[in-house]
Ligand binder design. Structure first.
Ligand code: NAD
Ligand code: ZN
Length: 375
C-alpha cells in the first residue's frame, strides 16, 4: 500500500546504485487571487471540437447559480456537482466514466476538477479511465496506467493535501485504499486561486492544513529525506508556521497556505509520508474517518516519534481553539483493532521512512494497537 508519498522502499534502497525516478510535474500553473477567471481562456485553446465537451466535476458546496455562472461553459460542456462527504471510490470513478462515455460520441476535451482533495482525486481518476480500458481498481498501484489521461485541470478550493501537484489519486476500492500512481495522473494544468478558499469553515481549514503540516514533519524527519524533498518541505513548514501560529491578514494567510500545500506535495513527491499517515489509513479504512482529521487524531499521540512537530501541532490547536473528538476507538473490538493494525502495518515504505529498516522491531502490532487505543 502507499499513500500520497511517492517513493517505494526499493527505490530508496537502490537509488545510489541504480536509477533515480523520473517524476512528472504539473507543466502549467497559474497562481493569484481571482485567477479562476482565466479558466475560460485556458480551456479555449484546449478544446478539441464543439462536439468534445469539457466536463466540470465540482464539489457540491459550490452548487449555486452564482458559481455556475462563473464557469466558462460552452457547447455541450457538462457540469456535475459531487459530494465530498465521503472519500472517492473506485466504483464512483467507474460510474462517472460510463456515464460520460455513454452520453458523448467523442471523448471529452478535458476534465476540470474543482474542490478539495476529494474532487481533485476524482477528476484525475476519471481523466485516466476515460482513456484506459477496464475499471479503476485495476489501476490502483504503481505505474499500471498505459495510456495518457485525457487533458485535466485541477482547481483546489481548500489548501493542504497537495493533491494538486501529486502523481497519485487515492481511491477506496473494494479491497483496498490505494492510489493510482502513474506519470499520467498529474494534472496538465492547475489554477491556484486563494480566493476560492475563502468559505472553508475553520475546522476543515485546520484539518486539511494540518495534512500539509504533517506531510512536512513526516518528510523532513524521514530516513528517505533528500535535498529535493528537504528544500520543498522546509519552505512548506515555514509557511505553515506563519499561517497557523502568526496573525497574518486573511488574504495573505490564504495565499501562503495554498503555496504551503503545493510545496508540501512536492516534498513528499520525492520521499514518503510517515507514521501519522499509516495509522490514519487504518482509521479511514475501518471507520471512514477522513484524511485530514484522521491525521490530526493520530498525530497528537506521536510525541515520542515527532517531538517538535507534535509540540507545534498542539500550539496550533490551542491558538485556533480546535478540539478533536475523543474516544473514537473506545468501543472497538479486538477484531477491529486487528484490521486497523494490519492496514497500517501493510504500508512498509511509510514505516521504513519513519523508523528505518528495523521498523518492524520498533513497531510491533501491540505497540501500534496501544496508539489506536489512545485515539
Ligand atoms: P475534501 O475534498 O474531502 O473536502 C472537505 C470538506 O470541505 C467537504 O465538505 C467539502 O465540501 C468542503 N469544501 C471544500 N472546499 C470548500 C470551500 N471552498 N468552502 C467550503 N467548503 C469547502 O478535503 P481535503 O482535505 O482537501 O481532501 C481529502 C481527500 O484528499 C482525501 O480523500 C484524501 O485521500 C485525499 N488526498 C489526496 C492526496 C493526493 O496526493 N492525491 C494527498 C492527500 C490527501
Ligand atoms: Zn496526507
Amino acid at each position: 500500500m502507499n499513500t500520497e508519498g511517492n517513493l517505494k522502499k526499493e527505490e530508496i534502497t537502490s537509488s545510489k546504485s541504480t536509477q533515480y525516478r523520473n517524476f512528472p510535474m504539473v507543466p502549467r500553473v497559474v497562481f493569484g487571487q481571482g485567477s479562476f477567471s482565466q479558466l475560460g481562456d485556458i480551456l479555449l485553446s484546449n478544446r478539441k471540437s464543439s462536439e468534445a465537451p469539457f466536463i466540470f466535476l465540482v464539489d457540491d458546496f459550490f452548487e449555486n447559480e452564482e458559481f455556475a455562472n462563473r464557469l466558462p461553459i460552452m457547447f455541450n460542456d457538462e457540469l456535475i456537482f459531487i459530494s465530498a462527504n465521503e472519500e472517492p471510490k473506485t466504483g464512483q470513478v467507474d460510474a462517472l466514466v460510463t456515464r460520460i462515455k455513454e452520453k458523448y460520441e467523442e471523448l471529452p476535451s478535458g476534465i476540470i476538477g474543482i474542490g478539495g482533495g476529494t474532487l481533485l482525486d476524482l477528476a484525475k481518476a476519471v481523466a485516466i479511465l476515460l482513456n484506459n480500458n477496464g475499471q479503476a481498481e485495476q489501476y490502483q498501484g504503481w505505474d499500471l496506467v498505459n495510456r495518457p489521461a485525457i487533458y485535466h485541470v485541477g482547481i483546489p478550493t481548500i489548501s493542504g493535501t497537495g493533491a494538486e501537484v501529486s502523481r497519485t489519486t487515492v481511491l477506496l476500492g473494494p479491497e483496498k485504499k490505494l492510489g493510482i500512481n502513474s506519470d499520467f495522473t498529474t494534472y496538465d494544468q492547475v489554477i491556484l486561486d486563494p480566493d476560492l478558499t475563502k468559505t472553508v469553515p475553520i475546522e476543515q481549514w485546520f484539518y486539511t492544513g494540518m495534512d500539509c503540516f504533517i506531510h512536512c514533519i513526516e518528510s523532513l524527519n524521514g530516513t528517505y529525506l533528500n535535498a529535493f524533498s528537504q528544500s520543498y518541505g522546509e519552505k512548506a513548514l515555514e509557511l505553515c508556521k506563519e499561517v497557523f501560529l502568526e496573525d497574518l491578514p486573511e488574504d495573505e494567510s490564504r495565499d501562503k497556505l495554498m503555496m504551503a500545500s503545493w510545496h508540501g506535495g512536492m516534498s513528499i513527491a520525492y520521499s514518503q509520508v510517515g507514521i501519522a499517515h499509516a495509522v490514519s489509513y487504518g482509521l479511514s479504512y475501518l471507520l471512514g474517518i477522513k484524511h485530514g482529521i484522521g491525521n490530526c487524531l493520530v498525530f497528537q499521540h506521536l510525541g515520542e516519534f515527532y517531538p517538535e512537530g507534535v509540540q507545534l501541532f498542539q500550539k496550533m490547536m490551542a491558538k485556533h481553539d480546535i478540539e478533536l473528538p475523543q474516544g473514537v476507538c473506545s468501543n472497538l473490538t479486538q477484531n477491529d483493532f486487528d484490521i486497523m493494525v494490519n492496514v497500517a502495518l501493510g504500508m512498509d515504505a511509510l514505516w521504513e521512512n519513519a523508523l528505518g529498516k528495523e521498523w518492524k522491531k520498533i513497531m510491533p502490532p501491540e505497540r501500534l494497537q496501544a496508539i489506536y487505543q489512545r485515539i
